[in-house]
Write a protein that binds this ligand. Structure first.
Ligand SMILES: NC(=O)c1ccc[n+]([C@@H]2O[C@H](COP(=O)([O-])OP(=O)(O)OC[C@H]3O[C@@H](n4cnc5c(N)ncnc54)[C@H](OP(=O)(O)O)[C@@H]3O)[C@@H](O)[C@H]2O)c1
Length: 230
């Protein structure tokens, strides 16, 4: 559990959009759209208030998101987009790569970029992440966040990922706020849960959140939380 906000990394807000029973997809993987248009409009507004929006390669391959703030009128500046992709699987035809004229894209991998893709990725900022402290899954999140602050002066980061990376951020103690949109839908226990294991064996080990806001967006609710220090 987080104990303090470090100064050498961005403030991290984890955005979640789920059914009422905390599922992000049905048993068949259908996920678009669980929340309604009013919630999605609010997500665009939230993106515009952050320096960067981060996602995982799992979400890129599943949804091909653009991760820009699409508002009318458009925001004064777009957030950076950041994708974590240890094995360098980011498709050159993905919306993220194809829209670098609209908003910057920072691509973090664990190895070099395949040379045949270099021309098509010319608008992308590539970072090879030092893997010496990484776990068995994915990239070293502490390293990535420090790099975002030190190299790009990113002070606020919105994390919009699937369960794998959302859980990794939480377990690494790198989440300061949660913005949780919930639609009044029940998808059942065979739907995909919003988190993977949080390693809670006893109720005394449960993650304790402090609620800071509650709003309605169309039929959905948005609940905002701070993570309490231990
Ligand atoms: N409802 C929502 O709020 C929401 C938001 C976004 C996505 N989604 C849904 O989530 C699903 C995709 O979720 P997902 O869990 O498969 O993918 P994900 O969490 O978006 O990305 C997971 C991938 O990120 C990479 N990664 C890099 N560093 C990591 C680290 N330190 N820890 C963990 N992973 C790291 C790993 O791939 P490598 O090892 O290859 O790098 C990992 O497989 C889709 O169905 C999408 O629609 C829902």
């Amino acid at each position: 559990m987080k104990t303090e906000v470090a100064k050498d990394r961005p403030i991290v807000t984890l955005k979640l959009a789920t059914s009422l029973d905390a599922r992000i997809a049905t048993v068949t993987g259908a996920s678009q759209w669980i929340t309604g248009p009013e919630s999605r409009a609010e997500v665009h507004r939230m993106r515009s208030t952050h320096d960067a929006v981060l996602t995982g390669i799992g979400t890129v391959l599943a949804d091909d998101p653009e991760l820009t703030a699409r508002l009318d009128p458009p925001p004064a500046r777009q957030p950076w987009r950041v994708v974590l992709d240890r094995d360098g699987r980011l498709p050159t035809k993905s919306k993220l790569v194809q829209t670098t004229d609209k908003a910057g894209l920072i691509w973090c991998t664990g190895g070099p970029v395949p040379s045949e893709n270099l021309a098509e990725l010319s608008g992308v900022k590539h970072h090879r992440v030092d893997q010496s402290k990484a776990g068995t899954v994915g990239l070293d999140l502490q390293y990535v966040l420090r790099m975002l602050t030190n190299t790009y002066h990113i002070g606020t980061l919105m994390v919009e990922t699937g369960p794998t990376l959302a859980t990794a951020f939480l377990r690494a103690g790198l989440v300061d706020h949660i913005a949780w949109f919930r639609a009044p839908l029940l998808l059942g226990g065979d739907g995909r849960p919003v988190f993977e294991s949080l390693n809670v064996h006893d109720l005394s080990e449960a993650w304790v959140l402090k609620q800071t806001d509650h709003k309605q967006f169309g039929r959905d609710v948005l609940d905002c939380f701070d993570l309490s220090p231990t």
